[in-house]
Design a protein around this ligand. Structure first.
Ligand SMILES: Nc1ncnc2c1ncn2[C@@H]1O[C@H](COP(=O)(O)OP(=O)(O)OP(=O)(O)O)[C@@H](O)[C@H]1O
Ligand SMILES: [Mg+2]
Length: 172
């Protein structure tokens, strides 16, 4: 399905990737869906850590895929924006779509909080129609390409806002 909007942002350091994640995090609201893909070591966890920071959650909690299918990053100090929750679902080890039933996947997707679906490209059908797809690509030792694809007006606007922020804050 063609995206409603795409953008590519080049990150030159892990800190930049985290900052981009944080910009995104500050725009997120309950019910938002981020479908995240990228080869090993491209910075997926770094990006999600930034998102947690942008939401106002404890970024230290954010880790790479564990053996659980879903992690919730709770906490949230004085900066936390209300009761916004962040669920990190990891499809890497999923062998069968039916396993999603076992984690009440539908309940998360229905909007309990922000949902990041890592390795979403493994089971694209599991991702709702409206979502922000993010793919990380390795360009060089510290260089990554962040490809954003919006499905739906909300994420289209989010990409535009993110681009504005990156242009002004990184003075590219
Ligand atoms: N521009 C960059 N953005 C993000 N990470 C970078 C960048 N440049 C170098 N790195 C390094 O790449 C690694 C990315 O690790 P991270 O755990 O975020 O990747 P990942 O995609 O989650 O990997 P995995 O699939 O193994 O969980 C880190 O060691 C980080 O320091
Ligand atoms: Mg990771």
């Amino acid at each position: 399905m063609p995206a409603d909007r795409t953008a590519e942002i080049t990150s030159r350091t892990p800190q930049e990737t985290e900052q981009i994640g944080s910009f995104l995090g500050s725009m997120l609201a309950k019910g938002d869906i981020i479908a995240l893909s990228g080869e090993l070591g491209t910075g997926k966890t770094t990006l999600v850590r930034g998102m947690a920071r942008g939401i106002g959650l404890e970024e230290g909690e954010v880790a790479s895929p564990s053996f659980t299918l879903v992690n919730e990053y709770a906490g949230g100090g004085p900066l936390a924006r209300g009761p916004l929750r962040l669920f990190h679902i990891d499809l890497y080890r999923l062998e069968d779509e039916k396993e999603l039933l076992g984690i009440d996947y539908e309940e998360y997707i229905k909007g309990e909080g922000v949902v990041v679906i890592e390795w979403a490209d493994r089971i694209p059908r599991a991702v709702p129609r409206d979502a922000l797809w993010i793919t990380l690509r390795y360009l060089g030792a510290e260089c990554r390409q962040i490809v954003l694809q919006a499905q739906g007006d909300r994420y289209k606007a989010m990409i535009e806002e993110l681009q504005r922020k990156v242009y002004t804050e990184f003075s590219l």
